[in-house]
Design a protein around this ligand. Sequence first.
Ligand code: FE2
Length: 242
Amino acid sequence: MTEIHTHIVYGVDDGAQTLEDAEAMMDMACSQGVKRIICTSHATPAVEPFPMQTYEEHLEEERAYIREKKYTLELASGSEILWYPSVPRLLAEGKIPTLNGTRYVLVEFYPAESYEKIVEAALHLCVEGFLPIFAHVERYATLRKKDRLRELKERYGVIAQMNALTVIQGLHAKRLFDDKWPLRMLESGQIDVVASDAHNTDTRCCRMKLAYDELASFFGAEAAESLCVYLPNQIWNGAYIE
Ligand SMILES: [Fe+2]
């Protein structure tokens, strides 16, 4: 599997805090069948510059651990950007990393963000030539109104990412009695990619194997493969997704 949303670079956000934390997260990802990870540390341009130098140094230290352990695991750079109007400019200037150096960018919003702001983000990113991926789309109340996610996908080519934990809570723990929206979105094919959004090895960890297995048993192996392998690899490679 290929992960496009993780907080595995240590010491730059609320994910891994130490190299040891990051090593434990890489051990766990390998045990879950993950082969490629895009390291999407938080970027909050409204608050502070992205700590590019520290991020790159720590990423290299983590790659050294992979070589030492002889893991079949690759790490790529990236970020999860809290939307702010300066984002397209900062991306163009190379001050925030895109996903693996491609035109794909992972963007998040405040959970109560307005639909107008979300549309504005999609539009601005498109106009500047970026390919927006919206992180954990299940979080945004406004996207639950009829056909809004579909509209964003059709008009601006937005790619919808759902967290593996949402999939697991819904399909494995059968908690979709409370919240049926994620299931409806998965069933109707509006979710493109599932990723762990892992921050650690306990409360917010990588459980991609269980998510994949549940997706395969509910929607078939082809759907699980598309959500966890094929489309994430297309993003990794910078291939255009229709
Ligand atoms: Fe995240």
